[in-house]
Ligand binder design. Structure first.
Ligand code: ASP
Length: 419
């Protein structure tokens, strides 16, 4: 869909914002009239269909766009260069985010004196373990169809890169056949993406109404916000605002030589989708489309940097993990040494890399950070009540970080952007 076509009516991001606003109002009103369970059945399915439709296109989109993008790079030198820059950018920005979280939570100390009786039982939380070697090994799929069926993006990306690379190594006629086939599939998927995106305001309305209804039907979450949990949420939002409102825009300005505010405006549909769905995986198709159509980033860069980012680059999640681990330590009166704090930053980075782009995944990965420094896992029960308030903004920053990476890398490759 061209921008001009979108402009005929109310721009899509406004429609989505209205969807979010109406969703909040509907969630509260419906909860006042009748219990959440009674009405949620009629609304929840709409949001579920929207989310599932977005997930439906992720794998074919990622596979065809990466294979095409890598084949388009031509030589292994440019693939290596772009991959190297992308990974460096992701590691550095995630480390900055984690450090911001660490600094803020140490300054504000929201956990000191927190009421531990408020902790919800975190029964479903099991200990996770992270092994760097295992993470690397699991990137290579033993069965690509199994990875596709499970929706494991990293092995799919790996296979797509290898496939795209070797697409150029066969007889020219085969290379051309494959390129034509993949281009055709990619274009069909993009058309489907556009169709689904047009339904975003309705999908987002249903998701938000349902989420707000769930919270409104469970006033404990809102009540607990009055105390130290409220300060905790503010620290998370403050850190995310610093990362998303200062650090990343500065990088877009200095390294990407683009106007960061115009960039945010162009990416607003993807950012609002991430915010309201709590899934950077769901926002990925929109991110890929708008990066190309609105920002002028080539398919070669967008299709490589963004899918990779949606799985390994989680600025918001890393920041959240740091803040939460230290909040829990503060609440339990555990003093952490500097070495332990550095360990938290490091494991938060690894945990963020391993986090899937789905709702609440970051909270599950928190067990890894807590285990690494010996903090009580029950601490997760403390922050469970406010998970929704933290997942929304951190997912938005996760998606924004990927988009900034695409801008910066495209600029560094000499692309002419239209931001
Ligand atoms: N919901 C986040 C995302 O999709 C992951 C997380 O839970 O931190 O990016």
């Amino acid at each position: 869909m061209s921008e001009a076509k979108e402009k005929k009516g109310l721009a899509l991001h406004w429609q989505i914002l209205i969807g979010i606003g109406l969703g909040v109002v509907a969630g509260i009103l419906l909860c006042k009239i009748t219990p959440y369970e009674n009405w949620s059945v009629y609304i929840k399915w709409v949001g579920d269909i929207f989310l599932r439709a977005l997930q439906m296109i992720v794998i074919p989109l990622v596979f065809t766009s990466i294979a095409l993008g890598v084949a388009g790079m031509g030589d292994s030198a440019s693939l290596g260069r772009i991959a190297g820059k992308t990974i460096l950018y992701y590691i550095v920005t995630t480390a900055i985010a984690a450090t911001i979280g660490l600094t803020l939570v140490n300054l504000v100390k929201p956990g000191v004196g927190a009421n531990l009786n408020l902790a919800e039982k975190a029964t479903s939380v099991s200990t996770g373990e992270i092994s760097f070697i295992d993470q690397i090994v699991s990137i290579v799929p033993s069965n690509i169809f199994e990875s596709m069926a499970k929706g494991d993006l990293l092995p799919i990306i790996f296979f797509a890169v290898v496939f795209g690379f070797f697409m150029n190594k066969v007889a020219e006629q085969h290379t051309n056949t494959l390129k034509e086939l993949f281009t055709a599939v990619y274009e069909v998927i993009m058309k489907i993406t556009m169709f689904i995106i047009r339904l975003a305001p309705i999908g987002v309305f249903a998701i938000v109404a349902n989420t707000v209804g769930q919270q409104a039907g469970n006033p404990q979450a809102l009540l607990s916000m009055a105390g130290s949990l409220g300060v905790f949420v503010l620290v998370v939002w403050g850190g995310l605002l610093l990362q998303g409102g200062v650090v990343l825009p500065l990088l877009v300005r200095v390294l990407g030589k683009q106007n960061p505010w115009r960039h945010i405006a162009k990416m607003s549909t993807a950012l609002l989708t991430a915010f309201s769905t709590c899934s950077s995986g769901a926002a990925l198709p929109i991110n890929i489309r708008d990066s190309q159509e609105k920002c002028g980033i080539s398919n070669k860069i967008a299709s490589f940097v963004l899918p990779l980012g949606s799985t390994i680059n989680m600025n918001g999640t890393a920041l959240y993990e740091c803040v939460t681990a230290i909040f829990i330590a503060q609440a339990y009166g555990i003093d952490l040494t500097l070495a332990q704090q550095v360990m938290i930053v490091f494991t938060a980075l690894l945990a963020a890399i391993g986090t899937a782009g789905i709702p609440m995944a970051g909270m599950v990965m928190l067990t890894i950070v807590l285990t690494a420094v010996g903090l009580p896992l029950e601490g997760i029960g403390l922050v469970l009540a406010v998970e929704q308030f933290c997942d929304m903004p951190r997912t938005c920053i996760n998606t924004y970080g990927d988009s900034c990476g695409a801008v910066i890398i495209a600029h560094s490759e000499g692309e002419h952007l239209t931001i």
